[in-house]
Design a protein around this ligand. Structure first.
Ligand code: NDP
Length: 282
């Protein structure tokens, strides 16, 4: 049976997607635009954002505004400006996906480079916190709004040798739950999605194939790598009107991977660091 998703339902809504220039963020932005929303994407690289806006327009037949703001989510002024740009279209903000994230660390904790650790924690936790900090007051004033953090399977299932990424994503979970409790009284909802392995540039070194990919697939009951549309569909549900009694949830979209253990990165990290380093002998 072929199933098609009906389009529409977000007409007149204003959405902001951080990290919307590529991968999962671009998938979410495209889905929201397809469903009629005004969409603002942000990221650090203007060329990438320009290309993404063109891609969204080409994939949709919307009359709504599709725009970008160059912004680094770890810099507060730049988050303030991106949020203001997103809210300027309709005077308010209905949905935000805090998708900007990633990692500079891969390797044993005993070899951790502190600068890379701090930047990874900052990007994921501080970036999400600043996005919520500046988007939520606009939503609170309107009495409604939905914010979606992008966490990871690396939060629900510990990934050995994955450095600051898992702790950073666990921090996102906690920030989202903190905000959900504080903002509920103003009708603002905050949830997080924990994607499993999704086919994007970020994880190209895994999805290209090999033992680590095989291990991911063995850990997933549904046995396939995710597509950005899998995550966008859940984000669409969370920012839309069908989820208005849902807040504070950390939802895995991972082919069922959370039922197993974290993936085994030994075949990638052992050739770099040596077997002894993987058990703390540096
Ligand atoms: P991408 O690398 O394609 O997306 C990351 C985006 O974030 C890029 O567009 C990047 O643009 C932007 N970005 C990075 N740093 C900043 C910053 N400081 N300020 C603003 N924007 C920034 O990877 P994915 O789409 O895979 O990742 C998206 C999110 O999903 C991340 O949070 C990632 O951790 C999470 N995730 C991904 C999984 C996967 O398997 N792909 C699994 C679980 C979670 P630019 O560099 O131009 O700023």
């Amino acid at each position: 049976m072929t199933m098609t998703t009906p389009t529409g339902g977000l007409e007149g809504a204003a959405m902001l997607v951080t990290g919307g220039g590529s991968g999962i963020g671009l998938g979410c932005a495209t889905r929201f635009a397809r469903d009629g929303a005004h969409v603002t994407i942000c990221g650090r690289t203007e060329d990438r954002l320009v290309a993404a806006v063109e891609q969204i327009r080409a994939a949709t037949s919307t009359d709504a505004t599709i725009q970008y703001a160059v912004a680094d989510v770890t810099e507060e002024d730049s988050v303030v400006a991106a949020v203001a740009a997103a809210a300027s279209i309709t005077g308010t903000l209905d949905g935000v996906v805090a998708c900007a994230g990633g990692s500079e660390t891969l390797g044993p904790i005993t070899t951790m480079e502190v600068g890379a650790w701090r930047r990874t924690i900052d990007l994921n936790i501080t970036g999400t916190m600043l996005t919520i900090k500046h988007a939520a007051p606009i939503m609170a004033k309107a009495g409604s709004g939905s914010i979606v953090g992008i966490s990871s399977i690396a939060s629900s299932n510990v990934h050995p040798w994955f450095g600051a990424y898992g702790p950073g994503k666990a921090g996102i979970d906690h920030v989202c739950q903190l905000a959900a409790i504080e903002l509920g009284a103003s009708g603002v909802r905050v949830n997080a999605i924990r994607p499993g392995l999704v086919d994007t540039e970020l994880v190209g070194f895994v999805t290209a194939g090999g033992e680590v990919l095989d291990d991911y697939l063995a850990c997933m009951p549904l046995g396939r790598v995710g597509a950005v549309e899998d995550i966008a569909a859940l984000a669409r549900f969370l920012v839309g009107p069908d989820s208005t009694w849902i807040t504070g949830q950390l939802i895995n979209a991972d082919g069922g991977h959370q039922l197993s253990r974290g993936p085994d990165y030994r075949s990638i990290v052992e050739p770099i660091y040596g077997a002894d380093a993987l058990r703390g002998l540096t």
